[in-house]
Design a protein. Structure first.
Ligand code: AMP
Length: 223
């Protein structure tokens, strides 16, 4: 199964993509995490990407697409992939389609996690993330039991450099201009599953899994 998780920054893509990947025993490919890991290791890729990330803009397609195509060629991707944060524009979506077609595969479903803009701004401004396992917390809505420490693994919590008010606004602007058109692209392809992303993490996760499961049952009974 090749699943794309689509949604604005703060919609919960990372958290939910991890849930879906585990359930489907698929690889979880998060381009934002890949760029941040590259930054920690101070690689050439990070040098090329950092200025865009700091401004909340998209890293150029040539760099991003090459990185993802290399990643999906890895052995852990044979059982399927859950894409989180990729594709982010039409060019990336087309590149992904082409690459999968060459392997006789296709994007099976696209889960669009829908969250209102007011809720997105609120979520992003109080967000803290575990450095080790990437579990997100919110200063007001879901604080960790011990301040600064992850409940799950005890890792250190940090705030992303691009979660500042100005950068958040730019990331949302980029999302509406470049990524939101993909909702239409995948609707026309008959692949879009729209899921309400407001509510608790478990509740949204269940909605997503039910929606993927339901759509597959529908496909089988039609086929
Ligand atoms: P994310 O963690 O998905 O919010 O991504 C953080 C930042 O990484 C984005 O604001 C972009 O600068 C960069 N990035 C992540 N995914 C992509 C992508 N598919 N295309 C271009 N830039 C990306």
């Amino acid at each position: 199964m090749y699943i794309v998780i689509l949604g604005a920054p703060g919609a919960g893509k990372g958290t939910q993509a991890a849930v879906v990947a585990e359930k489907l025993k698929a690889a979880h490919i998060a381009t934002g995490d890949m760029f941040r890991e590259a930054q920690e290791q101070e690689t050439e890729l990070a040098r090329q990407a950092v200025s865009y990330m700091e401004k909340g803009q998209l890293v150029p397609d040539e760099i991003t697409i090459r990185m993802v195509l290399e990643r999906i060629a890895a052995p852990d991707c044979v059982n399927g992939v859950v894409f989180d944060g990729f594709p982010r524009n039409l060019k990336q979506a087309e590149a992904l389609d082409e690459a999968l077609v060459e392997q006789g595969k296709t994007v099976d479903k696209v889960v669009y996690i829908k969250v209102s803009e007011t809720e997105l701004l609120e979520r992003l401004s109080g967000r803290w993330i575990c450095r080790q396992c990437q579990t997100p917390y919110h200063a007001l809505n879901s604080p960790p039991k011990t301040p600064g420490k992850c409940d799950r693994c005890g890792g250190e919590l940090y705030q992303r450099a691009d979660d500042t008010v100005e950068t958040v606004k730019e990331r949302l602007r980029v999302y509406f201009a470049q990524t939101a058109p993909l909702i239409d692209y995948y609707t026309r392809a008959g692949k879009l599953l729209e899921v309400d992303g407001e509510g608790g993490v478990d509740e949204v996760g269940e909605r997503i899994l039910a929606s993927i499961g339901g759509s597959l049952i529908g496909q089988r009974s039609r086929g």
